[in-house]
Design a protein around this ligand. Structure first.
Ligand code: GLN
Length: 544
């Protein structure tokens, strides 16, 4: 039977609970255990798919087509375990299921209540489909004390009882702030937070104390005394030089042995951390650096492009170079074409990432033009592929009015909405102007690559599977015109109807993909497209 690790946060948000869960899972995995991480989000949205990236950062898409919290991206990047729909649940999803059941009369006349109906649903979610696992790590979003998180804490309390002794532990992540006027680290917020959690019936077994400065032994002892945990279970967590150094740092502080001993398991030997030391070595001793211009919309908020940012870092790890990302607001170019060259000239490669809506689109098209004309490596992801096709249509195929129906009615819909396509579940249908939530082409779809293409040599295969999240597709009616202009359709859906990849074979590196390769990149297994793109940037850096 799987053992459960419940992870809560206290004092403030943004303590890196997700990273800590991912790192702990990686350490347990490095000891040979099978792990899975789940995220409970207390907000009322059914999923984060409809939330603005400004609100919630990136929406992470799983193979099975779930739109989930960005923490699931960390989980996958640290463990390599593919996340599923069943690994992320929100209060919104739970309530919407309960209300549907209530309307159907499934509760047979009972009064439907938070306890037991909501808490039962949470427990079901935590324990479903865990037979083949040694450890299930469940991270509760938000901070202890939030009204929204109460049913989740209550469900943990019940579950800990039901699972029985030795089957679950609780880890609480808190902040130990440094008060400069006093010149001291303060433990009181941690004490209060643990007291709050304990009042809800959950006594933590391990405390992870985020702090800016080393935690003196005396303060560690004080936290242990007041919070009712062994001193060795008070784990200091200082900021790390790179997120990929975090597993090593937590191991050095003893978290994996502490967690095992909280379960009554005698730790055997040490975990195999070679993959992490290799990654950190490549990051700390780079043999060069490149600058990548990312022309996007949410450039003020790096979390909006979390996986992209990480995949570029992985491309750097693969090539042993430091990757500097220059975030460029596409709207800058819309107002002034002259700005394009000034912003892009210092870049060794240009990337246009996924996006929605027309804002900034002309600036992105101008960036594609710059990359094509100046022979600078170009990588277009989803929206970035669509803009590469519009640019190709306008500038190399003579279709001056080329546009996307996403921007309004057009006579030349080089990019248009798809209303029908095949998925593993059968024929999928969409209506123009339908609901926004959960109505995109989502999740993993296969693609077949042309055996003579650049991308098939990058992938080393002609059959791939990548994750999607979009409503619009490049219109195959323009394929001939675009190919005559040098933009080749080198990857298609297996039935040949949907363009998946375009490339310019006569350009140093010019690839557009309809999917999101960044979602599958791992630090220990960089995505081939990102590894190849950064290699092209390295070549470019030697030219300029
Ligand atoms: N807005 C575009 C579409 O819906 C692209 C989406 C994306 O880049 N993820 O097709």
């Amino acid at each position: 039977m799987a053992r459960y690790i419940f992870i809560t946060g206290g004092v403030v948000s943004s303590l890196g609970k997700g990273l800590m869960a991912a790192s702990l899972a990686a350490l347990l995995q490095a000891r040979g255990y099978r792990v899975r991480i789940r995220k409970f989000d207390p907000y009322l949205n059914v999923d984060p798919g409809t939330m603005s990236p400004y609100q919630h950062g990136e929406v992470y898409v799983t193979d099975d087509g779930a739109e989930t919290d960005l923490d699931l991206g960390h989980y996958e990047r640290f463990t390599g375990v593919s996340a599923r729909q069943s690994d992320n649940v929100t209060s919104g999803r739970i309530y919407s299921q309960i209300i549907q059941r209530e309307r159907r009369g499934d509760y047979l006349g009972a009064t439907v209540q938070v306890i037991p109906h909501v808490t039962d649903a949470i427990k079901e979610f935590a324990t479903a489909d865990t037979e083949d696992l040694d450890f299930v790590l469940c991270e509760i979003g938000g901070t202890v004390g939030d009204i929204e998180s109460l049913p989740f804490i209550e469900a943990i309390r019940q579950l800990r009882n039901e699972l029985g002794r030795g089957q679950s532990i609780s880890i609480h992540v808190t902040l130990v702030p440094f008060i400069s006027a006093a010149g001291e680290l303060k433990t009181k917020p941690t004490q209060h937070s643990v007291r709050e959690l304990a009042a809800l019936g959950v006594q933590p077994d391990v405390l992870v104390c985020r702090c800016e400065r080393p935690l003196p032994e005396s303060e560690r002892a004080k936290i242990a005394l007041f919070c009712n945990v062994p001193k060795s279970a008070v784990i200091p967590a200082l900021d790390a030089s790179s997120i990929y150094a975090v597993p090593l740092q937590y191991h050095a502080e003893g978290i994996d042995t502490e967690v095992l001993s909280a379960f009554g398991i005698e730790p055997e030997g040490s975990p195999d951390l070679s993959r992490w030391t290799e990654i950190v070595d490549r990051q700390t001793h780079p043999e060069g650096e490149v600058t990548i211009g990312v022309v996007g919309k949410y450039v003020g908020l790096p979390d909006a492009y979390k996986s992209l940012n990480e995949a570029l870092v992985h491309g750097g790890i693969a090539n042993r170079v430091k990757v500097n990302i220059r975030w460029i607001d596409a709207e800058l170019f819309e107002k002034d074409e002259g700005e394009v060259a000034a912003a892009l000239e210092p870049c060794h490669a240009i990337l246009v990432p996924g996006a929605f809506g027309s804002r900034g689109a002309e600036g992105k098209i101008a960036s594609v033009r710059f990359a094509r004309e100046r022979n600078v490596p170009y990588f277009g992801i989803c929206f970035g592929m669509q803009m590469a096709c519009i640019e190709g249509a306008r500038d190399t195929a003579g279709i001056a009015k080329a546009s996307s129906t996403e921007f309004g009615p057009t006579d030349e819909p080089v990019v248009g909405i798809i209303t029908e396509w095949m998925s593993e579940q059968g024929l999928e249908k969409r209506e123009e102007g339908g609901d926004l939530g959960g109505t995109m082409r989502l999740g993993a779809y296969p693609a077949t690559l042309d055996g003579n293409s650049v991308v098939s040599s990058i992938y080393g295969t002609t059959e791939i599977s990548e994750r999607h999240r979009h409503r619009y597709e490049v219109n195959t009616g323009y394929r001939d015109a675009l190919e005559k202009g040098g933009l080749v359709f080198s990857g298609m859906s297996p039935d040949g109807t949907l363009p998946e990849i375009v490339e310019r074979p006569d350009h140093p590196w010019f690839v557009g993909v309809q999917f999101h390769p960044e979602l599958k990149s791992k630090p220990f297994d960089p995505h081939p497209l990102f590894a190849s793109f950064i290699a092209a940037a390295v070549r470019q850096s030697r030219l300029v």
